[in-house]
Ligand binder design. Sequence first.
Ligand SMILES: [Zn+2]
Length: 263
Amino acid sequence: MRAESLLSVRLRRPLGHNPAMSRAPKTDDDTPAEPACAPAVKGQSIEAIAQGIAIAILEKRLPPGTWLREEALGRVYGVSRTKVRAALLMLSKDRLIEMIPDKGAFVSKPTVQEAREVFAVRRILEAEVVRLFIAKAGPADYAALEQHIAMEHQAARRSTGMREELLGDFHVALAKATGNATLTELVHELVARSALIAMLYQSSNDPHCSTDEHADFLRLCRQGDAPAAVASMTGHLERIEASLQLDTGPPGRPMDLVKALLA
Ligand SMILES: [Zn+2]
């Protein structure tokens, strides 16, 4: 039986789930006592392992290029290497990790060209998401998205690691409200890849989305002004891409952090 895509696993996660709950405790020098993707419970399912690793990647605890050692992950999750491999295979389908024959699994490291392609496709797809959303959204959809923005604000005030993920989830929640599951899965994959791209090519630690821009955008949707809302979303995505250092390449980020943690 084919393993279920991580996207559908993640999409079932309710808004407001706190991925920080599954984090390993940190020591004084900010080095996790266990590998950064350590779960609270041993012997988890393949889907739960894949989700734990995905959240660690999206929260920047496992940087691009990190070697994901099967034995170490097996120890952390208290499962066999076969289960770990199945979880890694699931993540590779969503392009969050790359399986290299004879070398192993690594957190994906998108190239500059891939980064530009991802944002070009997001502008096209998400413009359509906006049109469909405005045509279909009811009061409950607006209320859910406004609640989501409130959570982004809360996470920003507390400087929690989940803010980045919440900001990306806004785009996924918007797509989900259109009722088109295929469109939602595509947006989800592109948002996850954008988070990896931001990790590699962002010059600062600022989040790659802006909560204020999300709020302005939603206001235009409520007014039913589709052209202005599309322009707002397209501009938002252009500003995110412009904030990346795609001309000079990735700044030299340490890529061996978790390799050391997993050793
Ligand atoms: Zn955004």
